[in-house]
Design a protein around this ligand. Structure first.
Ligand code: G16
Length: 539
């Protein structure tokens, strides 16, 4: 019943910021998923004592890929698979299941916030027993395997029925189909003050949660509407669809347009939130008010005492280098550890495991804590609801008071998309070479105080990672340049801008950042090199 199939390597199976991400049509090529999965199994080695989680965000091709993974796992001698019902599991729920049940790792099939469908993207995130995605030392080993693979093993069997909960077998491998919502709900109930949030809704508080036709719909209906008592209809786009109903499931001001339009209208509810395809990203909105992810991390950290699970104290906090420095000021005020890591949630895992940090977050709409080892979209929204319930203040009030206390980091990200990879790589390497010469130079009144690549030395495993280029100015403003590692074709240049203000707290971010944007364009020669006058996406 076990077949060994000959294959030839694909040369493009290197994992990026978060797993393998490809156009669906690339992933659908003969043996593509099989080569990648066999390479992972080969890299792991002994499998007969291993149990893995399998699930995904329900996007196009997940159903087919999950069946391939099941049959390959059985053929490779895996002991057991735990699978979300109908193949669904959000990234944070998956991390919780791995940790709670002490599994050896898991595979979440998602390209996260990238669009789905036959013409969209497909992806596989691979986590180990930490509940977080594997480090570069492991992804390098897997990549080397993909380049030399000659055969894979697969069970020749009919598809497994994943619609019913319970246990079944394929060969000697056990398959347990679980309801992934149950464990997740139990986890968040133990973190937050559900009674206080229930009382908030009972008093007439209103919210809109946009699940963007992606994986968190069922979690959100259960938690916000059924348990916490948000009015029926508060959760929209709640049914996960293979192409996300044509939506781009990226919770930001550009792609969550319907929610943003509502929140900036006169009929806005008190609170607005959205998650991405696989439920790890979040966006927070108040009435006619948007909270940047960088500010959100700072505000959550500053208000930890309102949350039952954290009220007795927290370890430190971490952010990616590209994220604004707002949370650094909070860490200083609370006298807790503060870390800056490269972009990629996996870099937070060692810091959480070694109890150096409790909270972490990124500008890319990710916030989380050491309750799991992935960012967690619904967790972030519950955190905000819990603060609102405890303080009786609105999203806007909480944020403005925060700025009054700490000052404000005006912050925006400019993405130049669809660049030729060679052009983008050359832009970055030429810019890196030029950085030392920028020191002490003045641009439109902004004096460069430091210009260098960002290098992270992990205090736990001593690995060193270089990611992005940072130009700092004497007034605390910053430009960060880096290439995205989550795209599925071409290159995207991300330019992150920050300007810190202690007194001017109510300006338009774009007005405040325009002079630095011009400097950023000039230093990196963006227009002459890419032909682009403006960024394609601004968040
Ligand atoms: C992943 C990573 C994040 C990262 C984001 C964007 O998120 O887990 O740490 O910030 O990609 O990465 P890049 O700037 O390289 O595109 P997700 O939600 O896509 O899994």
């Amino acid at each position: 019943m076990i077949t060994t199939v000959s294959t030839t390597p694909y040369t493009d199976q290197k994992m990026g910021t978060a797993g393998l991400r490809k156009k669906s049509k690339i992933a659908m090529q003969p043996n593509y998923v099989e080569n990648f999965m066999q390479s992972i199994f080969n890299a792991i080695g002994r499998l007969d004592d291993k149990t893995f989680l399998v699930g995904g965000d329900g996007r196009f091709y997940n159903d087919i890929a999950i069946q391939k993974i099941i049959k390959m796992a059985a053929a490779n001698g895996v002991k057991k698979l735990v699978i979300g019902q109908n193949g669904f599991v959000s990234t944070p729920a998956g991390s919780n299941i791995i940790l709670k049940n002490k599994l050896d790792g898991g595979f979440v099939l998602s390209a996260s916030h990238n669009p789905g469908g036959e013409n969209g993207d497909f992806g596989i995130k691979y986590s180990n027993q930490t509940g977080g995605q594997v480090p570069a030392s492991v992804t390098d080993k897997i990549y080397a395997n993909t380049l030399s693979i000659r055969e894979y093993k697969i069970y020749d069997a009919p598809d497994i029925d994943l619609s019913h909960l319970g246990t079944q077998h394929l060969g000697t491998m056990e398959i347990e189909v679980i309801d992934p919502v149950v464990d997740y709900v139990e986890m968040v109930e133990h973190i937050f003050d559900f009674n206080a949030i229930k009382a908030l809704f009972a008093k007439g508080f209103t919210m809109r949660f946009d699940a963007m036709n992606a994986v968190t719909g069922p979690y959100a209906i259960r938690i916000f509407e059924e348990i916490l008592g948000a009015p029926k209809g508060s959760v929209v786009h709640a049914k996960p669809l293979p192409d996300f109903g044509g939506l781009h499931p990226d919770p930001n001001l550009v792609y969550a347009k319907e929610l943003v339009d509502l929140m900036f209208s006169d009929s806005a509810p008190d609170f607005g939130g959205a998650n991405d395809g696989d439920g790890d990203r979040n966006m927070i909105l108040g009435k006619k008010f948007f909270v940047t992810p960088s500010d959100s991390l700072a505000i959550l950290t500053d208000n930890y005492q309102y949350i039952p699970a954290y009220k007795n104290g927290i370890f430190g906090v971490a952010k990616s280098a590209a994220t604004s420095t707002a949370v650094g000021r909070v860490a200083k005020a609370h006298n807790i550890g503060y870390y800056e890591v490269p972009t990629g949630w996996k870099y937070f895992v060692n810091l959480m495991d070694s109890q150096r940090i409790t909270f972490c977050g990124e500008e890319s709409f990710g916030t989380g804590s050491a309750h799991i080892r992935e960012k967690d979209g619904i967790w972030a929204i519950l955190f905000w609801l819990n603060i609102i319930a405890a303080t009786g203040k609105s999203v806007e009030q909480i944020t403005r008071e925060h700025w009054q206390k700490y000052g404000r980091s005006y912050y925006m990200r400019f993405d130049f998309e669809g660049l030729d990879t060679a052009v983008a790589d050359k832009l970055m390497s030429d810019l890196e070479a030029k950085l030392p010469s920028l020191n002490n130079q003045e641009f439109n009144g902004y004096k460069v105080s430091e210009a260098a690549p960002f290098v992270y030395n992990d205090p736990v495993d001593n690995s060193s990672t270089k990611n992005g280029l940072i130009v700092k100015f004497a007034d605390g403003s910053r430009i960060v340049y880096r290439l995205s590692g989550t795209g599925s074709s071409g290159a995207t240049l991300r330019v992150y801008l920050e300007k810190y203000e202690q007194n001017k707290l109510a300006e338009e971010p774009l007005d405040m950042l325009k002079p630095i944007l011009a400097i950023a364009m000039e230093i990196a020669e963006i227009t002459p090199r890419t032909g682009k006058q403006h960024a394609d996406v601004i968040t």
